[in-house]
Design a protein around this ligand. Structure first.
Ligand code: ATP
Ligand code: MG
Length: 181
């Protein structure tokens, strides 16, 4: 099964982001369906189903032993990665707590025998895929608050109707720190 850890916006926030995209962005690419908007924390890739329980146990243990709080991202920037052809929305800065969370989850991925190639973590929500040209700047700049208080383990499936994500597990994070680390 193809797995990844992600932060999921509330449906209302996803709707607002998609509406803003559809009104103000003109990328020559495939818009990501509103129900698929997410921010990946750690990509696992193919994991054997019999390792799922051990993976979830590791995350239970991690969240029980390390202080990993929720928080909020200010989505105030767009960016373009030419190689994968991705046009994204993301924060300019993020907390070291979120950085730590991603690193720990990548560690859990490695322990589950999944791909643990260390890529730099860059929180982002993909808005369009398959963009061959850098898209023009949005006609109205973004400024969304993305609060997060839990993490999801998602299974990605390719279907006739495109990729679909299904939540396999979910964990609450510790209450957000009152100050940004
Ligand atoms: P599709 O590949 O069908 O266009 P997708 O990219 O949304 O759709 P997946 O490839 O299953 O679906 O990816 C799930 C999530 O993991 C996405 O956020 C994707 O950007 C991220 N991801 C996929 N491959 C990698 C990788 N090699 N390294 C880091 N993140 C990845
Ligand atoms: Mg992909």
């Amino acid at each position: 099964m193809r797995l990844f850890f992600a932060l999921l916006p509330e449906p209302m926030l996803s709707r607002r982001i998609a509406d803003w995209r559809d009104a103000y962005l003109t990328a020559q690419g495939r818009p990501v369906p509103v129900e698929n908007l997410h921010s990946t924390l750690a990509f696992l890739g193919e994991v054997s189903p019999h390792r799922l329980e051990g993976l979830c146990d590791n995350v239970d243990h991690l969240l029980g032993s390390a202080h990993l709080p929720g928080g909020s991202l200010k989505l105030d920037q767009v960016g373009y990665w030419p190689k994968p052809g991705i046009f994204w929305l993301g924060p300019t800065t993020w907390s070291s707590a979120l950085e730590r969370l991603s690193a720990h989850l990548r560690g859990c991925a490695g322990a589950a025998g999944a791909m643990s190639r260390q890529q730099r973590f860059r929180p982002h929500i993909t808005l369009f895929r398959g963009c061959r040209q850098p898209p023009p700047a949005p006609a109205s700049p973004p400024g969304f608050d993305f609060p997060y208080e839990d993490i999801s383990l998602l299974q990605s499936r390719s279907t006739r109707h495109g990729v679909q994500y299904e939540e396999v597990a979910n964990w609450p994070l510790a209450p957000a720190d009152s100050h940004a680390d």
